[in-house]
Write a new protein. Structure first.
Length: 283
């Protein structure tokens, strides 16, 4: 099925009416100058992009919990969805009967490819390419700055705490670009004992949906991690969820946070990077 607006002359094409089911999609549309094509998005998109409150955009469920009825009610001619999916919701999205673009990024290359794909669909390929080059350049600059560091600290990055889940493969790439060594298998579950046995140099938490509110002290206490090298050396951090778990341009902010945590003598501290010591001072 051809996507709406697929035409060499945009003025002759059908106007796009996009339903975005993930913040990464909405943020990308914003950077591509195509928010006017958006007719529906999730409440998480609104949290990531507060300017949406001033637009006439319907709030709907995300890729995990969308329903056919909800989608049909906003009359999109294109639904763009991204991981995580629930099979029942994915089936409902497909049953809605309008064109669907489904994304499932794992690596930085996938993120860049998705930006280019969205750009081609919304007739903003040039802006998409500019955005990809901007992100790639920022990542490479950090990589070069950390390249000749005398050590590569071992970093445990956690995306979720119940069960413990390692951060995604693109986070592994960001850790490596920042001059660290990613511990464990990206995106896979682990245990507190396994992490303790590896005794990381640095602990990084970015729980999905938690923003920057991971209770670092409670996590360390409940898991019995008080004697870990990272805890003893004060290298336990929370990075805002949207910086590491949104496969779009916010990953550059996540990289800056990681770089500051991994090589603080080389990179300026990011204002959104929260340490265990800092979190203990909060009321």
């Amino acid at each position: 099925m051809p996507l709406p607006g697929e035409h060499s002359d945009r003025s002759a094409a059908s106007p796009l009416r996009i339903a975005s089911l993930q913040p990464s999609i909405t943020l990308t549309l914003q950077r591509l100058g195509r928010l006017d094509d958006l007719v529906a998005c999730t409440r998480y998109c609104g949290e990531a992009l507060p300017e949406l409150v001033h637009r006439d955009i319907k709030i709907i469920a995300d890729s995990w919990s969308s329903t056919m009825e909800e989608l049909l009610a906003v009359e999109p001619n294109l639904v763009i969805a991204s991981v995580p999916y629930r099979m029942e919701s994915l089936a409902a999205i497909l049953r809605a009967g309008c064109p669907v673009l489904t994304l499932a990024p794992h690596t930085l290359a996938d993120i860049f490819a998705d930006i280019r794909l969205i750009g081609s669909v919304v007739h903003a390929s040039d802006r998409a390419e500019e955005l990809v080059m901007e992100l790639a350049s920022s990542i490479e600059a950090v990589r070069l700055q950390s390249a000749n560091a005398s050590n590569r600290p071992r970093v445990y990055c956690e995306e979720w705490g119940k069960p413990l889940i390692h951060s995604q493969p693109w986070v592994k790439e960001l850790v490596e670009a920042a001059g660290g060594e990613f511990l464990g298998d990206p995106g896979k579950t682990t245990t507190a004992d396994t992490v303790a046995a590896s005794d990381p140099d640095i602990l990084v938490f970015a729980w999905c949906g938690a923003g920057d509110r991971v209770p670092l002290a409670r996590v360390v206490d409940q898991r019995g991690w008080q004697s870990l090298r990272a805890v003893s050396n004060g290298r336990v951090y929370c990075i805002p969820d949207e910086f590491l778990n949104t496969p779009a341009h916010p990953i550059v902010e996540g990289l800056d946070c990681l770089a500051a945590a991994i090589h603080p003598n080389r990179f300026a501290r990011h204002p959104r990077l929260i340490s265990l010591a800092h979190s203990q001072k909060q009321p």
